[in-house]
Design a binder for this molecule. Structure first.
Ligand SMILES: C[S@@+](CC[C@H](N)C(=O)[O-])C[C@H]1O[C@@H](n2cnc3c(N)ncnc32)[C@H](O)[C@@H]1O
Length: 277
């Protein structure tokens, strides 16, 4: 395993116990129609997924995966490299009576694990691409997982947001980290984005940014056709404390002149079906 992957795996394993307590999991158990706020945000763009074979890459503890399963697809498969995350995801699915197949795999090995062209929809949620060093390799993995005509749906943190330092006291935004793909930036974070008392046992992480153009071109080069690309001024976690305000349903945006910053984007692309001659 590459150095970055071992560091990030230990980091994500150490977040699981806190996320199981901080993701509002009881709402899924109490209400069979409950959906994560991330998926609720996506639904107007995602449309119907009834009858589709869906794979959720980097599914974490499965709250978005379970939400997708509740939208009536034919099958749902969740992929993550964190065993503790998958164990939590499987327990939640069983408790909620959902049939979801959870598979332990690095994203880059997903085709070896799941086979070629077995899915109609690849879904990737917030905070996924930033753990992957090579966007071209990710895009070709997505394309290989999809059947011809299949669709990628991704809402992701915007690379502009990832490139910023904490806002200055006067509210100005400062670009500190690379916008474009690089060899990655090492950080140490003792606390996750949910409230928890004990610091993370593995705080170190390696973060990778990918410019919007790099993501689009990687998908096009992998045989995908862009269907839509929408930038949002909100993000479903609070990256900047008091400089952000919650605007409803778990979405945050800059308190001061929020139209300055694209915080997330939603991209949809379709695998080009090659006509037989
Ligand atoms: C921010 S979480 C995704 C969160 C998801 N949007 C949610 O809130 O449920 C990122 C996930 O990516 C997984 N991950 C990171 N790098 C990976 C890799 N190379 N292969 C597979 N999974 C990976 C982590 O284990 C973690 O569960």
């Amino acid at each position: 395993m590459d150095d970055y992957a071992a560091i990030n795996l230990a980091h994500w394993n150490s977040r699981v116990v806190h996320h199981v307590n901080g993701y509002g999991i009881e709402q899924f158990r109490d209400d069979p129609n409950h959906l994560s706020h991330v998926v609720r945000f996506d639904i107007p763009r995602l449309g119907s997924i009834e009858g589709l074979d869906v794979v959720h890459l980097q599914c974490h503890i499965g709250t978005d995966t379970l939400s997708l399963a509740r939208l009536g697809p034919r099958s749902v498969t969740g992929v993550d490299f964190s065993r503790p995350a998958l164990d939590a995801a499987s327990s939640l699915a069983i408790e909620c009576g959902a049939t979801i197949s959870y598979v332990e795999s690095d994203v880059y090995s997903a085709v070896e694990t799941l086979g070629l062209e077995n899915f109609d929809l690849v879904y990737t949620g917030i905070g996924a691409l930033c753990w992957l060093p090579d966007i071209a390799r990710w895009a070709s993995t997505v394309a290989m997982l999809l059947r011809p005509g299949g669709r990628l749906f991704i809402r992701e943190g915007h690379p502009m947001l990832w490139s910023l330092a904490d806002p200055r006291p006067d509210g100005l935004l400062v670009v500190q980290y690379p916008y474009f793909e690089t060899e990655g930036v090492k950080f140490s974070e003792s606390f996750s984005y949910v409230d928890h008392e004990e610091p993370l046992t593995s705080p170190d992480l390696v973060h990778f940014n990918h410019g919007v153009g790099e993501v689009v071109m990687a998908l096009m080069n992998a045989g995908m056709r862009l269907l839509s690309l929408e930038e949002h001024d909100t993000v479903p976690w609070n990256p900047f404390g008091d400089d952000m305000e919650e605007v409803g349903d778990g979405e945050y945006r800059l308190r001061d002149e929020p139209r300055r910053l694209a915080c997330t984007y939603t991209l949809q692309a379709e695998k080009i079906a090659i006509k037989e001659t």
